[in-house]
Design a protein around this ligand. Structure first.
Ligand SMILES: NC(=O)c1ccc[n+]([C@@H]2O[C@H](COP(=O)([O-])OP(=O)(O)OC[C@H]3O[C@@H](n4cnc5c(N)ncnc54)[C@H](OP(=O)(O)O)[C@@H]3O)[C@@H](O)[C@H]2O)c1
Length: 229
């Protein structure tokens, strides 16, 4: 493998799964650039072999400025991990007809529209045969939506999946992954989730390394199982 192919850009790594992925890819010998929106003690604690950059994927100017700072760099993996859920202690707040409109718009923009805008801007930064990965969720599966709940969040990940399929059609031959990390103990996943960050990040890294550079689009969980659209 070339050095470029084991050079990763992990977007949304200040905490939670993004931070865990930065740690795991470093441990596996990758060069890693990880992004934060504001100074992250977690990233600072990972040491000097990591490059830390700043970007807000909802801000086109911020994304363009990161692209300019990283011009000339080629990544074998660009992984957009950043995402948001509804505010409030109770995820029951996320009901399509009662959630504030601005909150619904924020979730849909950050989870679905912004990752695709980021991907389009950074496509030239992919190494030849590089892979673009997006953090989706099993909640984005329309086929598996039998119980409802987390309505706008769910819709945002379904929208992400659909937009990535459109991206795949626009750029045939691209290597694309939509990944479900499991239900993970993070600020978003909460206490009582099924698995910890280390387990999920290790699984995701194995799935990514096994498929690195393979053309086409797959929707997989952290154990490599294919999920239904
Ligand atoms: N945890 C789970 O069980 C689970 C399950 C399925 C899917 N996911 C998905 O996995 C991803 C990571 O989730 P998590 O559980 O690690 O959540 P988290 O602990 O809440 O972390 C979210 C991360 O996204 C970043 N972020 C949010 N908005 C951003 C923006 N506009 N620009 C750049 N970065 C932004 C946050 O940065 P700040 O620190 O600056 O806010 C933070 O680093 C999300 O896409 C989530 O939907 C999580």
């Amino acid at each position: 493998m070339t050095t470029e192919s084991r050079n990763a850009l992990i977007v949304g790594a200040s905490r939670g799964l993004g931070l865990g992925l930065a740690r795991v890819f470093l441990d596996r010998g990758w060069r890693v650039t990880a992004t934060q929106r504001s100074p992250s003690p977690g990233l600072a604690g990972l040491g000097t072999s990591l490059r830390v950059e700043t970007v807000d994927i909802d801000d086109d100017g911020s994304v363009a400025s990161l692209r300019d700072r990283l011009a000339g760099e080629r990544f074998g993996l660009i992984f957009v991990v950043a995402g948001v859920a509804a505010k409030g202690d109770d995820k029951g707040d996320d009901v399509a007809h009662t959630i504030p409109r601005e909150e619904a718009a924020r979730i849909l923009l950050t989870n679905a529209v912004s990752p695709l805008r980021f991907a389009e801007t950074f496509r030239p930064s992919l190494a030849e045969g590089g892979t673009l990965a997006f953090m989706s969720s099993i909640l984005g599966s329309v086929a598996r939506n039998e119980d409802g709940g987390m309505e706008i969040y769910r819709a945002s990940k379904a929208a992400l999946n659909t937009l990535v399929r459109s991206f795949a059609a626009r750029h045939p031959g691209s290597s694309l992954l939509l990944l479900h990390p499991g239900w993970v103990e993070t600020d978003m996943g909460g206490e009582g989730a099924d698995i910890d960050v280390a387990t999920s990040a290790r699984g995701l890294a194995e799935v990514i390394e096994a498929r690195l550079g393979r053309p086409g689009l797959a929707y997989l969980d952290y154990r490599g199982e294919t999920l239904p659209w």
